[in-house]
Design a protein around this ligand. Structure first.
Ligand SMILES: NC(=O)c1ccc[n+]([C@@H]2O[C@H](COP(=O)([O-])OP(=O)(O)OC[C@H]3O[C@@H](n4cnc5c(N)ncnc54)[C@H](OP(=O)(O)O)[C@@H]3O)[C@@H](O)[C@H]2O)c1
Length: 250
């Protein structure tokens, strides 16, 4: 039975690389994007590469598009095997995003996408995920959502001071843990992914990892075996040399 995977924000960056990698593993990939042109172009590229890819209109901040996307998946497939909550934005006030310069407007904007969007999408698709034999939910989080890393003076991430984005990913980590707890007696696994600092439009391509390396983290969590973990923050470990992955502290 071909697995069905939906990736939000799949028209570019890590989401696109994740869609490609899951498609290359034989899954039908639903390329969810908020912009129809960008989404269609991405899905077409993947189809052109021989993958089974379909565009689905989905803005994580627009509940009506989320509902319509879930209805469409239900009609066409009746279930969903993999949900990758990848769509995310980065905003900060002030040069370094100092807490004292943070505006509620920026905080709200970031939380709308990175936090409320994930809950909206997950709850809309959960009935379909429950119908799959062993669904996997991957919440694309970040090492900067780790309170441990950002408060440890020995951590390379200690220099960060910004509130909106790190707080949104810390919230996403808690959300991940709570969904994993609610679903612990089911076959569904829910984990948060740390793709690592990756060269995409997100950071004007300053990241030192490739979208393919980042996608490999998402793919690992999207294809965990039955005895795999649930409720972890897992992915790139900045403190180790090279492309090494593992469990991160919350
Ligand atoms: N790059 C990194 O270093 C890094 C590190 C850790 C975690 N992450 C996380 O990885 C994820 C992907 O980041 P990326 O680097 O691939 O960024 P990116 O290249 O900027 O791509 C972000 C994607 O999210 C989509 N998106 C934004 N708001 C949306 C909304 N309301 N509804 C639907 N889609 C929306 C964008 O669509 P449009 O094209 O329409 O804007 C785009 O497809 C994010 O959650 C980010 O926080 C990235």
């Amino acid at each position: 039975m071909t697995q069905i995977a939906l990736i939000t924000g799949a028209n570019k960056g890590i989401g696109y690389a994740t869609a490609r990698a899951l498609g290359e593993r034989g899954m039908t990939v639903l390329v969810a994007a908020r912009d129809a042109d960008r989404g269609r172009t991405a899905a077409k590229e993947l189809s052109g590469a021989g993958l089974d890819a379909k565009f689905v209109l989905l803005d994580v901040t627009d509940a009506a598009t989320v509902r319509a996307a879930a209805d469409l998946v239900e009609e066409e497939f009746g279930r969903l095997d993999v949900l990758v909550n990848n769509a995310g934005i980065l905003r900060a006030d002030g040069a370094a995003g100092e807490p004292s310069r943070t505006t509620i407007g920026t905080l709200r904007e970031v939380f709308e996408t990175n936090v409320y969007g994930v809950v909206t999408v997950t709850n809309a698709f959960l009935p379909l995920l429950r119908r799959a034999p062993a669904a996997r939910i991957v919440n694309v989080s970040s090492e900067v959502g780790s309170i441990t890393s950002l408060t440890d003076p020995a951590s390379p991430l200690f220099v960060l001071t910004s509130v909106p984005y790190p707080a949104s990913k810390a919230a996403l980590n808690m959300i991940t843990a709570m969904y994993a707890k609610e679903l612990r007696d089911t076959a569904i696994k829910v984990n948060a992914a740390n793709p690592g600092y990756t060269a995409t439009d997100f950071n004007d391509h300053h990241g030192f990892r490739t979208p393919e390396q980042a996608a490999a983290v998402n793919v690992h969590l999207a294809t965990l075996p039955a005895d795999g973990p649930s409720g972890l923050l897992w992915g790139h470990l900045i403190t180790l040399e090279g492309d090494q992955n593992g469990v991160l502290a919350w």
